[in-house]
Design a protein around this ligand. Structure first.
Ligand SMILES: [Cu+2]
Length: 481
């Protein structure tokens, strides 16, 4: 797919159905779709899901056996299955996790469905499965947009191809086009009560939610696309426990008429990256896997694994023995591009020839439970928005938490839990590259991104840099790119 010029587009409909297990009305229409769908429950599953007190693992009541096949798909509706299973960490440990998946899977499934493959709600009312967006845009090879040509006025730099390249997105991403209607049908295959909430996506920045969904039950959440930006969907049950167990993802709202901009009249980019950070506490996972309920006060969080787009350490960096995994890391997480002139006065327009080319956008989203300090080598970043509110360029202020609210160059991007930041990484010639070094550059330059909250660089208490790390690449036309 990476070498193709068009993205793979397939309807997200699932073919295997079992209407006996899933009595969903085939004639459901807009008026019967509840705005905040009440949870409905199916007899036996409810009875099995009643126990929430700690019990031995062998005797844990589980509802997952109730979902053995996907429900009959409905047009324009995305089905999400709340599943549980074990996922491999960077040190090869298997850790119990939960998540919103594409299909029902059982606890012992070798490949549990805990994250959706990226889906797109189009303005036309379709749900399309695609790892890239915009649909139909050129696929950047290995994730890197190729330049339009050399910049003769600036040796070693390039012109970008504006409004041309698609971007890759990680699992858990749901893209919504402005003007589209989101319809999420959520099936709870677990023994406890869960729900899906989209934080700050309603009018007045309030939350949208399915409300509690009983074990074996389902709910439907329908809403119009909110303002362009990034939103976290998650399970707020016993917060932040269910979110920390993996019940989260990102909704990214884009304007299909101007899809190379974070929002109308706001910053433009050549390509964008979506980074989701997440921290895993294995003690919490053990308690919940055994049927218990974590009390964050008596069992304070001590995360042992720190993820960026569900990868850590050498796997996040694309340095694993697994070439397929490395390709995914490059396409989805590792920022890259050819050096260009950038002027932050206007990211998107060629107002003055040779100065304004647009950088790469990185949207950092933290549904996790650890505060992160995303630190980049090589280039500073320009933070444009926080939580979908554009920061001012002048007359900044200090907010109630003591943070500066002003667009500026930043060495470290602060990312507390539930925060979203939209930043530009300019991909410019590093200021410390002297002419002699710059003009004789014959290979790609790679710079680390690591979190300055140092505990997040470890895995299971050791293995630096085994945690939340990435790198970004300044491509060279010689030898490298
Ligand atoms: Cu450093």
């Amino acid at each position: 797919m990476s070498s193709e010029n068009t993205p793979a587009i397939t309807p997200s409909s699932v073919s295997d159905t079992d209407s006996a297990l899933h009595p969903v009305e085939p004639g459901i229409n807009r008026s019967t779709l509840l705005k905040f769908g009440a949870a409905t429950a199916w007899g036996t599953a409810v009875a099995m899901g009643a126990a929430v007190s700690p019990v031995s693992a062998a005797g844990v009541p589980r509802a997952h056996g109730r979902f053995t096949a996907s429900a009959v798909p409905l047009p324009g509706v995305l089905d999400l299955y709340i599943n549980e299973g074990y996922t491999k960490m960077v040190d090869d440990s298997l850790v119990y996790q939960r998540g919103f998946g594409d299909r029902p899977t059982a606890l012992r499934d070798a490949r549990p469905s805990l994250r959706v493959v990226p889906k797109i709600f189009t303005r036309e009312g379709q749900v399309v499965e695609s790892r890239t967006y915009p649909l139909g845009a050129a696929i950047p090879p290995n994730g890197t947009p190729a330049p339009a040509g050399a910049d003769p006025a600036n040796p070693g730099q390039f012109f970008i191809r504006r409004n041309h390249w698609a971007s890759f997105f990680p699992q858990r991403t749901i893209i919504v086009e402005s003007g589209a209607t989101v319809r999420l049908r959520v099936f709870n295959g677990l023994a406890g009560t869960h729900q899906l909430t989209v934080a700050q996506a309603a009018h007045g920045r309030s939350d949208l939610s399915t409300g509690p969904i009983a074990p074996g039950g389902q709910a439907l959440l329908e809403f119009d696309a909110p303002y362009a930006g990034t939103y976290i969907y998650y399970d707020p049950t016993n917060a932040p426990v269910q979110r920390a167990l993996g019940l989260f993802g990102t909704i990214l709202v884009m304007d299909p008429d101007d899809p190379w901009r974070v929002a109308p009249n706001q910053m433009a980019f050549e390509r964008q990256w979506l980074w989701m950070t997440h921290a895993i506490d294995t003690t919490w996972a053990r308690i919940e896997a055994a049927g218990g309920t974590v009390n964050p006060l008596t069992d304070p969080a001590v995360p042992r694994y720190f993820m960026l787009n569900d990868r850590s350490g050498y796997e996040a960096l694309g340095h694993s023995p697994n070439r397929e995994l490395n390709r995914l890391a490059h396409e989805e997480s590792l920022i890259s591009g050819y050096p260009r002139q950038v002027d932050i006065r206007n990211f998107g327009e060629d107002l003055a020839l040779g100065t304004l080319r647009g950088g790469q956008a990185v949207r950092m989203v933290n549904p996790g439970i650890a505060s992160h300090q995303m630190h980049f080598h090589g280039n500073h970043l320009w933070t444009v928005r926080r939580n979908n509110v554009e920061w001012p360029r002048e007359f900044g202020h200090v907010d109630a938490d003591g943070h500066v609210v002003l667009q500026q160059w930043e060495d470290v991007i602060e990312l507390p839990p539930m925060d979203r930041k939209d930043c530009i990484i300019p991909l410019k010639r590093p200021p410390d590259a002297t002419d002699k070094v710059w003009y004789n550059r014959t290979e790609d330059w790679k710079y680390p991104m690591h979190c300055h909250a140092e505990m997040s660089q470890t895995a299971a208490g050791g293995m630096y840099p085994g945690g939340l790390v990435a790198h970004w690449e300044l491509k060279s036309q010689v030898n490298g790119g």
